[in-house]
Design a binder for this molecule. Structure first.
Ligand code: NAP
Length: 465
């Protein structure tokens, strides 16, 4: 039985690796999801068949309650609320890690790691690490959820000596772990829980709303390592492998997002982004000399685009909010029928989560070969007749290139202003996520199409027809 379960766990692990591989490209993402589902089914069934499982009713009850809640949430959730949902789910992974460690500490015999008061030192280290990472993930994810849901301010909350305090708590956690390993003391374990809960809270508090997606992916990584820690405590190889996969892929994703924003991970973790500097930059941009805002109608846009040779569509967060992707695809189809060359330009951090735009465009069956990454399409704006910016803002803002004081300075942007005409579909003059005004709205070759992205695009389609 042991060999068979090890073999099945190996198959499940391979499925998870194939799932990650598949999810790395829109063309193969469905297949990747399928691999993930097959792997998880094998993992669950194999675990349930292990001889250590002595009773099923508690497990079935847990699956029914958890699965029921998960099903309802997954059905109801809006695409734009996914980041906070992911944060909420991560908090549960963290909490589970703490519970497993505590139960292993109080019933070590059940886990085969010793007896109360004389637990193997290696197991105590695993337990302490799992508890610390789990507790940090738990409170950190709750703060991230509250910020993204708008329950607390998305602004960075900073106070004097914050980083010193966090560093001191980090050192204290390490000392407590050493104490636990030396003494088997329950007080040490509970202090690790308390200090780590406080640390998770304090670590995420100073991070501004604009950096939350990176934080979520970082917490995703922590939750993976916490799960790997549980795997060591439960002596379950699959959990160790899966935890490590989640941990490392979350870390890589955080790195990619930071690169997309041209920020270092330390800069993100140390926080403060999106606060005063953004407000100052917005104020500065607002006060400077600028041209007139030119507002156009959907009919104007339809006429200009129908007579264009090439149109590059730049989707952003507003397209996701308005769910305008289907209308957008219809518009692109009509343009293609007229012989216009249509392409989509995707910025690596457009929207609110990695791949946000790709998922929405795929949902509307936009052909993959029309969708281009920033570095592959940026040169084309210089020869394009129209840049059709739909609900995007920060990812086109030239302040990223010209204003060293801007919070988005250094972020690569889509050079939409190089197109002959630039349309911006948005509801008003509001800034994007980083809180910085976009000077392109005042340029002579820009035409603003004010309104909800879906409504305006539908009207453009109507005018074209
Ligand atoms: P953005 O800069 O946040 O701008 C979105 C614009 O959409 C807003 O200015 C808003 O203007 C407009 N909008 C909102 N609802 C709309 C609706 N229903 N119809 C039409 N327009 C609507 O978005 P972005 O250009 O996609 O940039 C993404 C931002 O998120 C960047 O700052 C990026 O650094 C940050 N971020 C993203 C990720 C990621 O993984 N994708 C990670 C970290 C950070 P109005 O209110 O005037 O309509």
């Amino acid at each position: 039985m042991e060999t068979l379960s090890a073999l099945l766990y190996l198959v499940a692990s391979v499925c998870f690796i194939m799932a990650l591989r598949g999810l790395s490209s829109p063309e193969t993402s469905r297949q990747g999801n399928l691999y993930g589902m097959v792997g998880m089914t094998i993992a669950i069934l194999t675990t349930l068949a292990l001889p250590i499982v002595q009773s099923y009713w508690m497990i079935v009850l847990g699956i029914a309650i958890g699965g029921g809640i998960g099903y309802v949430i997954a059905k109801k959730i809006e695409m734009t609320a996914l980041p906070q949902l992911v944060a909420a789910f991560h908090s549960l992974v963290g909490l589970a890690a703490v519970f497993v460690a505590l139960s292993a500490f109080y019933s070590p015999e059940a886990y085969g790691i010793g007896v109360p008061g004389a637990i193997a030192k290696g197991s105590l280290v695993e337990m302490a690490l799992g508890t610390a990472i789990g507790a940090i993930t738990f409170t950190g994810s709750i703060v991230a959820f509250a910020k993204l849901q708008g329950l607390v301010t998305g602004k960075p909350l900073v106070f004097p000596f914050q980083h010193h305090l966090n560093a001191a708590l980090g050192v204290l956690t390490i000392l407590l772990i050493l104490w636990l390993v030396q003494s088997n003391s329950s007080a040490a374990l509970w202090l690790i829980v308390g200090v780590s809960l406080a640390l998770g809270f304090l670590l995420i508090l100073p991070i501004g709303g604009a950096d939350m997606p990176v934080v979520i992916s970082m917490l995703n990584s922590y939750s993976g390592w916490a799960a790997a820690g549980i795997g060591f405590t439960l002596q379950n190889n699959l959990l160790i492998i899966t935890g490590a996969l989640v941990g490392s892929s979350g870390a890589i994703l955080s790195y990619i997002m930071c690169k997309g924003m041209n920020r270092s991970i330390f800069n993100v973790i140390l926080g403060g982004f999106g606060g005063e500097s953004a407000a100052a930059a917005a104020g500065r941009a607002g006060g400077g000399e600028r041209g007139q805002v030119k507002a156009g109608s959907p009919e104007d846009a339809a006429y200009i685009m129908k007579n264009a040779q090439s149109v590059i569509i730049v989707p952003g967060y507003g397209m996701a909010v308005a769910q305008a992707q289907h209308a957008l695809r219809e518009m692109a189809d009509l343009l293609k029928k007229e012989g216009v060359d249509v392409k989509y330009a995707i910025h690596p951090v457009a929207g609110r989560m990695p791949g946000h735009m790709n998922v929405l465009l795929a949902e509307a069956n936009v052909p993959y070969d029309e969708v281009f990454e920033l570095e592959d399409i940026n040169r084309d704006f210089g020869t394009a007749d129209v840049a059709f910016v739909i609900g995007a803002n920060d990812v086109t803002n030239p302040a990223a290139k010209t204003d060293p004081a801007s919070p988005i300075y250094g972020m690569p942007i889509l050079d939409v202003e190089k197109a002959k005409t630039v349309f911006f579909i948005k509801r008003g003059m509001a800034a994007g996520y980083a809180g910085v005004e976009n000077e392109l709205f005042f340029r002579p070759n820009t035409m603003m199409l004010f309104g909800d992205a879906k409504k305006v695009t539908e009207e453009v389609v109507k005018s074209m027809e």
